[in-house]
Design a protein around this ligand. Sequence first.
Ligand code: AMP
Ligand code: ZN
Ligand code: ZN
Length: 405
Amino acid sequence: MKKLLVCALMAMSLFGCIEEEKTTGKKVLLVSFDGFRYDYLSKTDTPNFDKLVDSGVISEGLIPIFPSKTFPNYYAIATGLYPENNGFIANNMYDPEMDARFTISNREAVENPDWYQGEPIWNTVEKAGKKSGTMFWVGSETPIQDMRPTHWKQYNESMPDSARIDTVVKWLSYGNGKEVDLATLYFSFVDARGHRHGPDSPEVIEAIKRADDLMGYLMQLLNQKQISQKTNLIIVSDHGMTDISRDRVVILDEMINPDDLEVISYSPAMMANVKGNNLDEIYSALKANEEHFNVYKKEEIPERYQLKKHRRVPELLLVADIGYTITTREYFESRANYPSGGNHGFDNQAREMHALFVAHGPDFKKGYTAKPFQNVHLYSLMAHLLEITPAPNDGNLDSVSVLLK
Ligand code: AMP
Ligand code: ZN
Ligand code: ZN
């Protein structure tokens, strides 16, 4: 505060601080807790989140893109592009031109830039002559457009959460213009608990408390390093979570022979090609029994999913109703506890799929609650906060300018 005052006085007389302002400008710190549903903060005491919300902004929900899965949403946030424009149409994909498959556990695929289209925010930052550091974010481990963030890490699920924060705060607080302007942080434990125990479990409440403790630790470090006042902190999630159960299943065998499908991505947004020339027959059989799910031929996929134009989308899309699981008799009967716990990937309009959004910092209003908005607008928001020119994208600042002072 003292330094600020001195700066203000000097600026008034000599403009002495203008140079310093340029090199130590405002920063964006984008934090994500995977699978943190929009309403999780109301499930338990979250004193650290509460402080941020009271002196910042919260949205009634961050609307994910469809399918409400992890990789498509992180990459939509990074690029401001819908799946049909950035190529991330699912967690599991087949690309007919590349003749290759993508799964999130396949390191070679995750680190192959050919899967990633569009321009992620860290490239926009680097192109503007600024610096970025990613402590995990989908796409940051591969040279998209032959570029890399200034600092990046290969995804390491077992890296302790506090060590992630320590590293990112170090990147943000280097002196001599070496500090980054944009940093990202990612934590997976809320999603893992949600899948295993369901969104209404005590285990998820424990995870929410842990997330709150981590935000307390982060704010303490940002204050210690005296960078909290120039950091626009944006805390998000990729999607929500809903409970699933053995009572809510769609058994494919009751409609078709599942062996006729070549499944590429699984429930609740099942994507498949049909083996042989049976597309019409299989489609008609599914359509005639369309209960607790919807079936679409590729060209029929609703516009609002912003999906069907991409070559990676196969012939059929089946979308389970919220809380339902599409499966085969064999899979269902050979697993006594399947399905159970929680899942996501459903229609992105379903309230249960909506995610967390909280922001705090010099450019955000104080004590303001916004209506739900789509996560593709975050790219434009970050570009605006960093005063850099965004690449062409599907979002716009107007949709989120209500958050700003
Ligand atoms: P989902 O299947 O949509 O629930 O995906 C969540 C999983 O994505 C979590 O278990 C994370 O460990 C994993 N994940 C997140 N980021 C990455 C990454 N950069 N590389 C590989 N896996 C990741
Ligand atoms: Zn996720
Ligand atoms: Zn998940």
